[in-house]
Design a protein around this ligand. Structure first.
Ligand code: MTE
Length: 325
């Protein structure tokens, strides 16, 4: 994502602090009581100097192939793990890999809450056993105009959702990244983004079989820089929907706030479906640069829904995708 210099941002685009905090209140609303105690426990769980037991680079076993994988050539492991967007660690593409290397991903709990029959706090090692791990080789299209092909390892988000038994009235799923300022240097202030990073999906998008929670890539435990230990992947949407280091999944009947929409609502919509016919206000979305291609290679045409139209176009039938971008 490109962060605009303060001088480039018209005041109309800046979310007022009060508006932001009203939205934040909405995110954390129900958790307000006992927050101080919870915060103490939370920081001890997610931000302390704790030993990891599972390391990036460990092999994952029992991975099954998937009919949903593309046959396109995967981007190299080196590029996938060294050209990243992870603003908690750095705002350029290259520094997050090193800065995230010692991030602690154990112990790690994910809270499943909101409009569900069975709210839960699940340990990441329990989550890893919920469903067989699958290899999903997906195209990954960043809103900035570059793309990769990534051999994720994960499982359908719907397997986790089914465990929680959402109420019929739940229409959206909200996701939240860990808040761990002792480990994520940029979270020490709100100068870069408002923290924690938040994202959301409509319930039918969340239940779609293409939507996965990734725990690995190239058959190995997910490297920290790619969102360990648990990261969302929605291949027909721009990459920023793929929230990293998830600690909270909340079901709601109203559309949840999302980080980039809070930062610039005219540039980043809630849906953020890959769409070559809807340009970003500051650049075209018709083509993309495939990371790993030679500098002289022609750009690739960007495909509607990132090439997943057959599977997902029906989710949006009758919707004006220019309005709901
Ligand atoms: N999640 C968090 N918590 N913080 C981030 O900065 N960046 C997003 C998304 N998820 C981001 C995040 C953006 S802009 C993109 S394009 C993808 O992660 C990048 O994923 P990758 O670094 O694994 O390619």
């Amino acid at each position: 994502m490109l962060i605009k210099k303060p001088g480039d941002i018209p005041s109309s685009e800046i979310t007022s602090k009060s508006n932001y905090f009203t939205r934040r209140k909405f995110i954390t609303g129900a958790a307000a009581t006992g927050a101080a105690i919870a915060a103490g426990l939370y920081l001890r769980n997610h931000d302390g100097p704790l030993e990891d037991t599972v390391h990036a680079g460990s092999k994952l076993s029992g991975i099954v192939k998937s009919q949903y994988s593309t046959t396109e050539k995967p981007t190299s492991f080196k590029d996938i793990t060294n050209y990243n967007n992870y603003y908690e660690f750095g705002t350029d593409k290259y520094s997050p890999a090193g800065l995230a290397a010692n991030f602690h991903t154990r112990p790690w709990t994910v809270s499943i809450e909101g409009m569900v029959k069975k709210p839960k706090k699940l340990d990441i090692d329990t989550i890893l056993k919920l469903s067989p791990l699958e290899e999903r080789i997906y195209r990954h299209r960043c809103v900035e105009g570059w793309s990769m092909v990534i051999p994720w390892v994960g499982f359908p988000l719907n397997a986790l959702i089914k465990q929680a038994e959402p109420l019929g009235s739940a229409k959206f799923v909200a996701f939240e990244t860990v808040f761990a300022p002792n480990q994520m240097p940029n979270q020490k202030s709100n100068d870069v983004l408002f923290w924690p990073y938040v994202e959301g999906l409509r319930m039918d998008e969340a239940m779609h079989p293409l939507t996965i929670l990734a725990v690995g890539l190239y058959d190995e435990v997910l490297p920290n820089v790619d969102g360990a230990p648990l990261r969302l992947v929605v291949p027909w949407k721009y990459g920023f929907k793929g929230i990293k280091a998830i600690v909270k999944i909340r079901f709601a009947d109203t559309m949840p706030p999302t980080t980039w929409n809070i930062m610039a609502s005219n540039e980043y919509g809630f849906y953020s479906n890959v769409n070559p016919n809807v340009d970003h206000p500051r650049w075209s979305q018709k083509t993309e640069r495939r990371i790993g291609d030679s500098l002289f290679a022609p750009k690739h045409p960007t495909l509607m829904f990132n090439g997943y139209s057959d599977q997902v176009a029906s989710l949006y039938s009758g919707m004006d995708l220019k309005k709901y971008f």
